[in-house]
Write a protein that binds this ligand. Structure first.
Ligand SMILES: Cc1cc2nc3c(=O)[nH]c(=O)nc-3n(C[C@H](O)[C@H](O)[C@H](O)COP(=O)(O)OP(=O)(O)OC[C@H]3O[C@@H](n4cnc5c(N)ncnc54)[C@H](O)[C@@H]3O)c2cc1C
Length: 464
C-alpha cells in the first residue's frame, strides 16, 4: 500500500463530506467500499475510505474543491466494467460514483446531438435516441456509462465505420481537480478554434477531472443491415482478407476476426453452428437491400480470392442479432468456460497491413507457451485482443501470460501501433507508456502536473 493512502476518514472528514450531499449519497460502509474496489481485471486496489454519489456539477465542484484542500485522492467510477484497473482506487481515499448523474438532458434530432450526464448507460441512451431513428455508435461489449466510455475512449465492433468515442463527443463540462468548472468544444459540427481540449479529456481516464456533462454526436440508424460469416482454412488468409476488404471501399460497419478456439466456445454456449475454423464476422449498413446484396457479392469475391472456403450472408434478423450478441459476449463466454480463473487481455492495435503478422504472432506465442488464450479482434480497426486465462496466484503461469502480452505489445509498438486500442491504460498498461510514447510521455506528465499538481485525481493510472 502507498504510504499516502487513506483507507479511513477522520470524523472531521466524514462530517465534511456528509454535509455536501444527502445522507443516502455518502457511505463509509464496508460493502459499498468493497463494491468499488474491483473492475473485471485482477488488478488490486487499496480499500477506499468512502463512496460519494453526486447528482450535479455544482456538487462535484464543491466536493473536489474540498478534497483538494484536504489532500484526499479521488477516483471516479462509472459502471466498473474496465479491463485494466482503470477505476480501481490505488490510494484509497474517496470514490466518486457518477451513476446517479444519469439524466438524458436533451435530444436534438435535427442536429443529431444529445446532451447527457455521465452516468447514463449507453443502452438506455440508445433506446431513447432510437425513437428519433438515431443512435450513439460506440458499442463496447458491456453496458458502460457514457462517462466511463469518454474517460477510456471506448470503442466496439462498429468503430470501423462510425469511429471511437472520441469521434462522437463534441462538447464536455469538466470539473477540474481543484473544483473549477470548464466547458470544452462546441455544438458546431466542426471547429478550428484553438487546442482541442475535448480530445485531451477523452481518454484521460479521470486523471484530469470529472466529466459532468457531454454533448454527443448521434448517427442515423441504418435502414438495412447485412451480416456475413466468412470461413477460412488458415489464419493467414483470414487476416489478409481484412486489409483487402478495408482497401476495397466497401466500408464495412463491422469486421471482426475470430480464431477456432473462440468459435468452439461460442458454438458450445450459443449453438451458432459455425465451423471451428478461422472466421470473419462482417456487417454492412445501407439504404437498400439491393445495394447491400451487391456489396456482399463483391465482398464474397474478394474473400474467395484470399482463400475463403465459405461466405454466408443469407442471415435472418434473429440469427444476425444472435451472432453479434455472441461476439459482444466473447469475454463472458471465455470467463464462464474457465471458472475460478482471471483474464489478462491484450488490446494492441496496429496499422491494418500489419494485422496478419500480429494475429499469427499472437497465436504462435499462445501455442508455443502452452497458455490458455483466445485470439480475436476488431480486425477492421487493426485492434487485436488475446484473452488469456490463468491464476494470478500461480506466479509461473501468470508470468507466462505477462511475457506473451509484453512480446505482443513490443511488436505492435515497433510496427507503429499502440499498447491499447480501446481499453485504456489503467494500471495494467502503465509499464508500456514510456516505450510507446518516448518524449511525448514527458509532456503528458507535465500536463497532468499542471492540471492536478497534487496528483489526487485517479492516482496510479496512466502514470505509475
Ligand atoms: C464484457 C466486456 C466487454 C467489453 N468490450 C469492450 C469493447 O468492445 N470495447 C471497449 O472499448 N471496451 C470494452 N470493455 C471495457 C469497458 O466496458 C469500457 O472501457 C467502458 O468504457 C468502461 O465504462 P464504465 O462505465 O464501466 O467505466 P468504469 O470502468 O467505471 O471507469 C472507466 C474509467 O473512467 C473513469 N471515469 C468514470 N466516470 C468518469 C467521469 N464521469 N469523469 C471522468 N472519469 C470517469 C474511471 O475513473 C476509470 O478511469 C468491455 C468490458 C466488458 C466487461
Amino acid at each position: 500500500m502507498d504510504k499516502n493512502s487513506i483507507t479511513e476518514f477522520t470524523p472531521g472528514q466524514i462530517d465534511g463530506l456528509s454535509a455536501m450531499v444527502a445522507s443516502d449519497r455518502f457511505s463509509t460502509g464496508q460493502s459499498n467500499r468493497e463494491l468499488h474496489l474491483h473492475d473485471i481485471s485482477p488488478h488490486k486496489g487499496t480499500m477506499p475510505a468512502g463512496i460519494i454519489w453526486p447528482v450535479s456539477t455544482r456538487e462535484v465542484a464543491e466536493i473536489l474543491s474540498w478534497t483538494y484542500k484536504e489532500g484526499i485522492p479521488v477516483t471516479p467510477w462509472g459502471a466498473g466494467t474496465s479491463t485494466e484497473g482503470n477505476p480501481v482506487p490505488t490510494r484509497g481515499g474517496l470514490v466518486m460514483d457518477l451513476t446517479q448523474m444519469d439524466r438524458i438532458l436533451e435530444i436534438r434530432p435535427q442536429d443529431l446531438q444529445a446532451d447527457v450526464q455521465p452516468g447514463v448507460l449507453r443502452k438506455r441512451l440508445n433506446r431513447q435516441t432510437g425513437r428519433y431513428g438515431l443512435f450513439f455508435p460506440p458499442d463496447p461489449g458491456a453496458d458502460a456509462t457514457i462517462g466511463g466510455m469518454i474517460a477510456n475512449n471506448a470503442s466496439g465492433v462498429q468503430t470501423v465505420k462510425y469511429g471511437a468515442t472520441k469521434d462522437n463527443v463534441m462538447k464536455l463540462t469538466v470539473v477540474l481537480p481543484q473544483g473549477r468548472v470548464i466547458h470544452t468544444g462546441c455544438k458546431a459540427p466542426k471547429s478550428s478554434s484553438g487546442y482541442d481540449l475535448t480530445r485531451l479529456f477523452v481518454g484521460s481516464e479521470g486523471t484530469l477531472g470529472i466529466v459532468t456533462e457531454a454533448t454527443l454526436r448521434l448517427s442515423g440508424i441504418p435502414v438495412h443491415h447485412l451480416a456475413a460469416t466468412i470461413t477460412f482454412n488458415n489464419l493467414e488468409n483470414a487476416s489478409e482478407a481484412v486489409a483487402v476488404m478495408m482497401g476495397s471501399g466497401l466500408e464495412p460497419a463491422a469486421l471482426e476476426l475470430l480464431t477456432p478456439g473462440l468459435i468452439h466456445l461460442m458454438n458450445r454456449e450459443k449453438a451458432l453452428n459455425l465451423p471451428d475454423l478461422p472466421s470473419l464476422f462482417c456487417e454492412f449498413h445501407g439504404i437498400s437491400k439491393a445495394a447491400l446484396n451487391e456489396t456482399a457479392d463483391l465482398a464474397k469475391e474478394l474473400c474467395e480470392d484470399c482463400g475463403a472456403i465459405d461466405f454466408k450472408f443469407e442471415i435472418g434478423e434473429a440469427e444476425r442479432k444472435e451472432l453479434w450478441r455472441a461476439r459482444h459476449e466473447a469475454w463472458e463466454t471465455i470467463h464462464r468456460a474457465h471458472p475460478g480463473n482471471e483474464t489478462l487481455i491484450v488490446d494492441a492495435a496496429v496499422p491494418i497491413s500489419c494485422y496478419p503478422e500480429m494475429v499469427v504472432l499472437s497465436q504462435r506465442l499462445v501455442d508455443e507457451k502452452e497458455a490458455v488464450g483466445y485470439v480475436f479482434g476488431h480486425a477492421g480497426d487493426g485492434n487485436l485482443h488475446v484473452v488469456m486465462v490463468g491464476d494470478p496466484a500461480n506466479p509461473g503461469e501468470w508470468n507466462t501470460l505477462e511475457e506473451i502480452n509484453h512480446s505482443i505489445v513490443t511488436r505492435a509498438v515497433e510496427l507503429g501501433g499502440t499498447c491499447t486500442g480501446e481499453h485504456g491504460v489503467g494500471i495494467g498498461k502503465c509499464k508500456f507508456m514510456q516505450q510507446e510514447h518516448g518524449e511525448s510521455f514527458e509532456l503528458m506528465q507535465q500536463i497532468k502536473t499542471l492540471i492536478d499538481p497534487k496528483g489526487l485525481m485517479n492516482p496510479g493510472k496512466i502514470f505509475m
